[in-house]
Design a binder for this molecule. Structure first.
Ligand code: NDP
Length: 343
């Protein structure tokens, strides 16, 4: 199958690319610079241009950014992962909302207009589009595939985390709204993948550990000794999933499970806490002893059950027929990959 994968240089997308190529699919992937394109080509020297082609789309926040690449003949499935996930912005509107929202709405429009062979579009959304940040510690809230974050565009200056969540919610919603409108006469359906915090091994090119993707940054902090005196708080997103499961979910939903069409997939393996991550690293990597907090150091525990939300993603687990990778395996594999990058 011919697949268009946006943002091929990302942490999650690199695993999607690896799994797609291993399954023999033909992939066109987009990145924003020639340097990143070259790194991907170098990672797969044996692939022909037909099997893997890397195309440069410099600015996904520009209307029409994907107009040309979607015209590549024969694309059947689009996996749209490119979207900013970091808090290093000064203006959330131009640096976060625009690339997320215009990126998603304009690729959808371009596909409808000029990619008649596309039958399915998978969007990498997030638990950020599901959770309601005013209910983070509400034990009476149960998140499912049907839950929507009520955040609005007016709240993007409240905090960087709120802005990020709004970017994911608004981008996802724009895709659903487009295919729901009969006037658009879309010939494809949409699936969204809504992962919470994603951990696991790094296979994409990393220009130094300081450029680690956001969700793995806490593991780097731990290995570098930043939690030695106090373990960082876990934060509101207390559920997680392994990157290889997220990648597999994109491929199953996009290419292998026809009935996934029209669904939001809440891919999560369960609860985690920073305290648990510390335990796992302590147990498996004695060589980091000097950098790790000792057993007496507090912090990073899960909130008590009476002070945390609930979730039910059984519909997604059943549809994907997936056995979620364990936290221990995910963290061990993440640390091993980071060691290879000098952590
Ligand atoms: P990365 O930061 O590693 O990947 C983000 C990707 O989007 C990269 O390919 C990046 O390109 C591209 N991108 C970001 N901003 C722009 C922009 N302004 N213009 C063009 N391309 C851009 O993070 P992840 O792999 O974690 O994120 C991938 C997707 O998964 C995102 O949609 C994110 O919201 C979503 N997600 C991630 C979670 C996580 O915990 N990791 C949880 C839930 C959802 P470049 O390499 O050039 O920077």
């Amino acid at each position: 199958t011919k697949v268009l994968l946006t943002g091929g240089s990302g942490f999650i997308a690199a695993h999607v690319l690896e799994q797609l190529l291993a399954k023999g699919h033909s992939v066109i992937t987009t990145v924003r610079s020639e340097e990143k394109a070259e790194q991907i080509r170098k990672a797969y020297p044996s692939k022909s241009a037909d099997e893997l082609s890397v195309v440069i789309v410099p600015d996904i926040a520009k209307e029409g950014a994907f107009d040309e690449v979607v015209k590549t003949p024969g694309i059947e499935v689009v996996l749209h992962t490119a979207s900013p996930f970091h808090f290093k912005f000064s203006d959330p509107k131009t640096e976060l909302i625009d690339p997320a929202l215009i990126g998603t709405s304009s690729i959808i429009k371009a596909i409808a207009r000029s990619a008649p062979s596309v039958r399915r579009v998978v969007i990498t959304s997030s638990f950020a589009a599901i959770m309601d940040e005013t209910k983070g510690s509400d034990p009476n809230t149960t998140y499912t595939e049907a839950s929507w974050n009520p955040v609005t565009i007016d709240q993007i200056y409240d905090s960087p985390a709120t802005a990020y969540r709004a970017s994911k919610k608004l981008a996802e919603k724009s895709a659903w709204d487009f295919v729901a409108d009969p006037a658009n006469d879309a010939k494809f359906d949409v699936v969204t993948i809504n992962p919470p915090m994603v951990f696991g091994p790094v296979v994409h090119h990393l220009a130094g550990l300081q450029n680690i993707n956001t969700s793995n940054a806490r593991v780097v902090d731990l290995l570098q000794g930043k939690w030695k005196d106090e373990i960082a708080t876990t934060g509101q997103a207390i559920i997680w999933v392994d990157v290889r499961d997220v990648a597999a979910a994109h491929i199953r939903a996009g290419l292998e499970i026809p009935e996934a069409g029209g669904k939001r997939l809440f891919t999560t393996a369960g609860l985690f806490s920073n305290a648990e991550i510390v335990e796992i690293v302590r147990k498996n990597f004695p060589e980091y002893k000097d950098k790790l907090p000792g057993p007496e150091v507090k912090g990073g525990e899960l909130p008590a059950e009476s002070e945390r939300f609930k979730f039910d993603n059984s519909a997604t687990t059943e549809l994907l027929k997936i056995k979620w990778i364990s936290l221990e395996k995910s963290i061990v594999d993440a640390v091993n990959s980071l060691k290879a990058h000098g952590a």
